[in-house]
Design a protein. Structure first.
Length: 106
């Protein structure tokens, strides 16, 4: 399971150059990514279940994910990728937990 933490819209939802990225094993039906030392303020998270082990979420010719994915706030637009502003959540001083639901690609 890949987890991408974004503090700005650049690259959201799955471009790793502007994100903090973690890869975690999936146990049963869950995976947990923890990002320590997240600065207070607005962030968005995207996650993808990399079924074939190539360290990315594969997409079809139209750019739609072929592997299970999700973003914070569980935003799931029908005909486009989720926007950073839709997935945005605020991290208070200290820590915060965000739970992201993953659904099948189609």
């Amino acid at each position: 399971m890949g987890c991408w933490l974004f503090s700005s819209p650049a690259g959201f939802p799955l471009e790793s150059a502007d994100a903090r990225v973690q890869w975690q094993p999936v146990s049963a039906v869950t995976a947990v990514c923890r990002f320590p030392d997240v600065a207070p303020g607005g962030h968005a998270v995207s996650v993808g279940h990399d079924l074939n082990g190539n360290k990315r979420v594969d997409v079809d010719l139209l750019g739609r994910p072929n592997e299970p994915w999700g973003v914070s706030n569980n935003v799931r637009p029908t005909l486009r990728a989720p926007r950073f502003e839709e997935a945005l959540f605020k991290v208070p001083e200290g820590s915060a937990d965000v739970i992201v639901e993953i659904k099948a690609a189609r």
